[in-house]
Design a protein around this ligand. Structure first.
Ligand SMILES: Nc1ncnc2c1ncn2[C@@H]1O[C@H](COP(=O)(O)OP(=O)(O)O)[C@@H](O)[C@H]1O
Ligand SMILES: O=P(O)(O)O[C@H]1O[C@H](CO)[C@@H](O[C@H]2O[C@H](CO)[C@@H](O)[C@H](O)[C@H]2O)[C@H](O)[C@H]1O
Length: 445
């Protein structure tokens, strides 16, 4: 592996200069997972100059920064985030919105620090680095295929848990923001699916990592596609059915599940282990009710739903956070599935553990409910027809109907709605009534 020139700065030398800027900026980012808890300090795991900071032109600093916050369970490390910071003496006006702040002390005093991904020159450099496998300091870059040079970058401005850049409408690079040790399932599963010949998922063409952590993945950009969430909302707005699309999506989901079962281990749980699934749902509910007290009156009803679920004996790797926004429909009408990272708030080990496939099905059923709920007037029958069509499509391709065990499906739907309550309370409080209405329905009917 060739090594390019790089400086891995002694982290302590940079941190005092950056700390005041990060304090102000980092907790405001959409992808910051520790919202609502005070930030008490930062430590740097790594600081790599992908372009020198003290040169005449812009510098690019890659950081893995740990954010200290109170309330962390004993023995667990502070959350680690990946930052790509641009550093310039003069910030051109077009980059003004990307400004994080100016360094006030040390040898770099006066320089502007800004979001490096928003600078086409720096984003282009990152792409060039991915094209040429090798190391830069602790960062390792890999590519599975030769990539075309010099593709123009643009930042995707979607509401995201991570950050993505599109290069020349040909490739999309996802930069993981919260980083954990271990392979990110958003690299691991698409690679396994590509190996199993599943064309429903764009195959990774390059990625980079540090130690055991995956930091970013480049994959083909499906430029003529639209995501399932937008398509469903358009159908609702136009008063159209979405059952043909939902049925095809059910088939696509089943194909992905079948390919994952071919590519990666599957197993049957012992009866004692199936009880643990309900116990885990109970535990998640308990934690969620502490975070969002509005859940408390519903706890007995929700626990009864979990207790009624007894199946789920077969487990395998699954998507883990399947919803309409994770699906793309091409101009040929075919569905692709993206974002195999799992639920961003869950620890990586949990996200990588084999699960019943019905969990993904339940996630998508919740999504049809979400779409119908965000539309005025609320059209519950529209959602019910989509849900039925999706399950029918799934059964056609998988040979197993997810409705065959209604208690299990309901338990997973409930578990997902509990997760959504916490997600919305943290990230989009205006949306909280959407999962809360499902909680009311599921805990009482
Ligand atoms: N291969 C792709 N082709 C086209 N658009 C994509 C592709 N991958 C992701 N996107 C777009 O980027 C958005 C965010 O991607 P996603 O993987 O869901 O990121 P996050 O984990 O940050 O939510 C998606 O909603 C989709 O619109
Ligand atoms: O796409 P992400 O991996 O960031 O997933 C998170 O954010 C989603 C919202 O962007 C959230 O999904 C919830 O809202 C969707 C509508 O915006 C809806 O279709 C989903 O059914 C609902 O769960 C997802 O839960 C969260 O993990």
């Amino acid at each position: 592996m060739p090594e390019t020139a790089s400086t891995t700065r002694a982290p302590d030398a940079l941190l005092p200069a950056l700390t005041p800027l990060l304090h102000e900026w980092l907790p405001r980012q959409r992808w910051f997972a520790g919202k609502g808890r005070r930030v008490t300090g930062f430590t740097l795991d790594a600081a790599t100059e992908l372009l020198p900071l003290d040169g005449a032109g812009p510098g690019l600093l890659h950081l893995l920064v740990r954010v200290e916050q109170p309330g962390r369970p004993a023995g667990t490390p502070a959350d680690c985030y990946q930052l790509l910071l641009g550093v310039r003496t003069q910030l051109p006006p077009r980059l003004a919105p990307a400004l994080i702040g100016r360094i006030r002390q040390g040898p770099l005093a006066g320089r502007a620090v800004y979001e490096g991904l928003r600078d086409p020159r720096l984003a282009g450099l990152l792409y060039e680095r991915l094209r040429t496998p090798g190391r830069t300091g602790p960062l390792r870059f890999h590519a599975t295929t030769p990539l075309p040079p010099a593709l123009a970058p643009r930042v995707l401005d979607a509401e995201q848990s991570n950050s993505s850049l599109v290069f020349g409408d040909s490739f999309i690079l996802k930069i993981f923001r919260r980083v954990s040790p271990g392979a990110n399932p958003d690299l691991e599963l698409p690679l396994a699916l590509a190996g199993a010949g599943c064309a429903r998922v764009p195959a990774p063409v390059a990625w980079f990592e540090s130690g055991a952590s995956t930091l970013g993945v480049l994959q083909p950009y499906l430029r003529d596609s639209r995501d399932g969430w937008r398509l469903a909302l358009d159908a609702l707005a136009d008063g159209r059915e979405f059952t043909t699309e939902a049925r095809a999506l059910g088939r696509a989901t089943a194909e992905v599940h079948l390919a994952l079962a071919r590519a990666l281990p599957t197993r049957r749980l012992a009866p004692s282990e199936t009880e643990l699934l309900a116990a885990a749902m109970d535990r998640r509910l308990h934690e969620a009710a502490q975070a969002v007290p509005a859940l408390l009156p519903h706890v007995p009803g929700l626990r009864a739903v979990f207790a009624a679920a007894s199946g789920g004996a077969a487990v395998q790797r699954i998507h883990g956070d399947l919803h309409l926004g994770q699906t793309l429909r091409g101009s040929d009408g075919g569905w692709a599935v993206i974002d195999f990272e799992g639920e961003p708030a869950k620890p990586l080990d949990e996200r990588r553990s084999p699960q019943p496939t019905v969990r993904d099905v339940a996630g998508m059923l919740r999504s049809f409910d979400y779409a119908a709920r965000t539309h005025r007037p609320w059209n519950a029958d529209w959602a019910a027809r989509c849900r039925a069509a999706y399950c029918t499509g799934y059964a056609e391709a998988a040979g197993v109907d997810p409705r065959a065990d209604p208690a299990l499906l309901r338990a997973y739907e409930t578990d997902k709605a509990v997760y959504e309550v916490v997600y919305e309370a943290r990230h989009r409080p205006d949306w909280l009534p959407v999962p809360m209405s499902a909680i009311e329905r599921l805990s009482t009917s």
